[in-house]
Unconditional design. Structure first.
Length: 96
């Protein structure tokens, strides 16, 4: 589905990365309905950059393929595990 979404300007399309751990340290299994959505994702597509007041475009710091950490309530759902977010809502790039 993400091939049909093209982010504009400073917006970024992110696919949330599912956390592998679905058990607590005590061994209790956490059902999917009780899990919080992860705040880590992979950049699938980016816009052309931030549009400044003088009309200039400033390139984005993140690029396709980057793993990023973003704010808990950031962005807009864009489909299953997809999030459309502004670059300024991204808190960090996760180094592998």
């Amino acid at each position: 589905m993400h091939n049909k979404i093209v982010p504009l300007y400073d917006r970024i399309l992110i696919e949330r990365v599912e956390e592998a751990e679905s058990k607590t340290s005590g061994g209790i299994i956490i059902p999917d309905a009780a899990k919080e959505k992860t705040q880590i994702g992979v950049v699938l597509a980016t816009g052309i950059g931030r549009l400044m007041q003088d009309g200039k475009i400033v390139p984005l710091q993140v690029k396709t393929g980057d793993k990023v950490f973003f704010a808990k309530y950031a962005g807009t759902d864009a489909g299953e595990n997809l999030l459309l977010i502004r670059e300024d809502e991204i808190l960090a790039i996760v180094i592998k």
